[in-house]
Design a protein around this ligand. Structure first.
Ligand code: SF4
Length: 356
């Protein structure tokens, strides 16, 4: 599915990603919640562990990470936090590529996840063998992959990026005249191509959550709230991005809620982010961007079904049974760590430039 005029016709056939229903967890009484939190806290202590949670996980999981000295962050900051922390065990609440990144960066630490079935449609849409063959067909391109990929795909890349750092890195490479092979999110790739003017080949993957935001319905909601700022994650379709006041990573969108003067925000990303947005700006009004439209029964409910596998219940069971340990072939790890470290070093350079 080429998005740009210069897209090749040699894309491999990608199987459609099978998307599960969003898991439904039994409601917890305050007493149940307190008991589960206490159990997880004790297990973290016994493992010398720390809980690292993504913004899209259930609010109970994010709250527990904060209460136990862990962190709630985007995938770039999750990677940094796990590396800096002295804990011997990282318990990663998010999706599998986040646990894999933690293990790649910290091979000496144990990394557990509540449920190893927590994958990502971007990761699934970029099988390592097909991707590697595609790279072989375009040896004159620098291979830049999004963090939402498997360890094997990262091992084939020159660079790994998160949404928070993608634009400055692509600009940096384009300024050196490099042609870029980008995978796997075609919407983010298209957005980067438009904003940086880089010469990019775009792998045709997409996020099942962000792809469901609808531009016509968003325009209708905007007419009802003309004073609202529209915040959009760049994994969304171009027609949704084009209506945004702010396009950015999860961290950038949370920052926008607290720094912009608007009282109201229409938010086009996974609704797990509302926990941190409410914390950052409790007096602001947050409105969910529409997905498939009013009255729809949806897989498109702006809640990632795989992020939904993270709950207090699954954390407890995962740690008790030790079923979610991340293991990575050392040879793959040695290759995958190179482009991830490049990203972290590039991020440090940007921070330093900001301070200068
Ligand atoms: S929200 Fe989208 S990009 Fe994030 S983990 Fe879920 S499927 Fe992947």
């Amino acid at each position: 599915m080429p998005l740009s005029d210069n897209q090749p016709d040699d894309f491999p056939e990608i199987q459609p990603v099978s998307v599960p229903d969003h898991p439904v967890w039994p409601e917890l009484t305050p007493e149940d919640k307190r008991r589960l939190e206490e159990t997880i806290r004790e297990m973290l202590e016994s493992l010398n562990g720390v809980l690292v949670a993504h913004y899209y996980t259930h609010p109970d999981v994010q709250a527990l990470a904060e209460k136990t000295g862990g962190c709630v962050a985007d995938s770039l900051e999750m990677a940094r936090f796990g590396t800096r922390h002295t804990a011997q065990t990282l318990v990663v609440a998010g999706v599998r590529f986040m646990g894999e990144t933690a293990k790649i960066l910290n091979p000496e630490k144990r990394v557990y996840m509540p449920d190893l079935a927590a994958t990502c449609s971007l990761d699934e849409a970029c099988p390592a063998e097909e991707f590697s063959r595609f790279c072989d067909l375009h040896p004159d391109h620098t291979v830049v992959v999004y963090a939402n990929t498997s360890a094997r795909v990262k091992a084939r890349a020159d660079w790994v990026v998160t949404s928070g750092i993608a634009a400055p890195l692509i600009e940096h490479l384009a300024a050196k005249g490099e042609k870029i092979l980008w995978a796997p999110d075609r919407h983010l790739g298209r957005y980067l191509e438009m904003t940086t003017g880089a010469d990019m080949l775009l792998w045709p993957g997409s996020c099942v959550v962000h792809e469901e935001f609808r531009s016509v319905a968003l325009a209708r909601v905007t007419r009802l709230h003309p004073d609202a700022a529209i915040l959009v994650h760049p994994e969304s379709p171009e027609s949704v991005i084009s209506q945004a006041h702010v396009v950015g990573s999860t961290t950038a969108l949370i920052k926008a809620v607290s720094t912009m003067e608007n009282k109201k925000f229409i938010v086009a990303t996974d609704k797990g982010i509302f926990y941190k947005m409410r914390q950052a700006a409790p007096d602001k009004i947050l409105i969910e961007a529409p997905t498939v439209g009013e009255g729809a029964t949806c897989q498109a409910c702006a809640e990632c079904p795989w992020m939904g596998l993270n709950s207090l219940q699954s954390l407890t069971a995962g740690l008790e049974n030790k079923t979610g340990e991340i293991r990575i072939d050392p040879l793959i790890r040695d290759q995958a760590v190179v482009p991830i470290r490049r990203m972290l070093q590039f991020a440090e350079t940007l921070k330093k430039d900001d301070k200068d």
